[in-house]
Design a protein around this ligand. Structure first.
Ligand SMILES: [Zn+2]
Length: 176
């Protein structure tokens, strides 16, 4: 499992895969372990409509990643398939992890650094000043022809990611 960032809708449920090797950007482990942060994940889930009992169970069963990625990590999945885990943040959060799956086309899992179904959500834990640069790193990973899988919404192309990068730079007042 690759946890793209420590938000409830991207980390709840990991306990359903006992024995799985869990990866995350360095620092995610601390967020998922601290009582105050776990409580915030619970509260955010309930604010967003998750049933309180389910949210409580999920917050109590968070799985901190055992494998912490700083920089890049090539992971051999066996069967001749390798994937690249890349700590491309901060941006959407302080701990944004992307996954590049080689192939034709290449596929980049972006987490919530990219959203297709609406404007990217920037909460109190976002790092807006660094967000556009994180999208530059995503684009460098995948290149022009990759498919980019956003955290929410439909798969997009590099032109969409570039446009969202520019929109975020304007929105947050980050010079190009
Ligand atoms: Zn998120």
């Amino acid at each position: 499992l690759a946890l793209t960032h420590p938000h409830f809708d991207h980390v709840f449920g990991a306990a359903a895969f006992p024995g799985a090797e869990v990866f995350g950007a360095v620092g995610v482990d601390a967020v998922l372990t601290r009582a105050r942060d776990r409580e915030e994940l619970y509260a955010d889930a309930v604010r967003n409509g998750l049933n309180e009992t389910v949210a409580r169970e999920s917050a109590d069963r968070l799985v901190p990643p055992r494998h912490l990625v700083s920089g890049e990590w090539t992971l051999d999945l066996g069967g001749g398939r390798q994937v690249l885990l890349a700590n491309v943040g901060p941006g959407h959060t302080a701990h944004d992890l992307a996954v590049l799956v080689p192939g034709d086309p290449e596929v980049v899992f972006c987490g919530d650094l990219v959203e297709e179904s609406g404007e990217p959500q920037a909460g109190p834990d976002a790092v807006p000043s660094h967000w556009p640069a994180a999208l530059d790193r995503l684009l460098a990973l995948g290149g022009e022809d990759a498919l980019y899988v956003p955290g929410h919404g439909a798969v997009v192309d590099s032109a969409f990611v570039r446009a969202q990068r520019d929109a975020l730079a304007t929105r947050f007042g980050v010079s190009p």
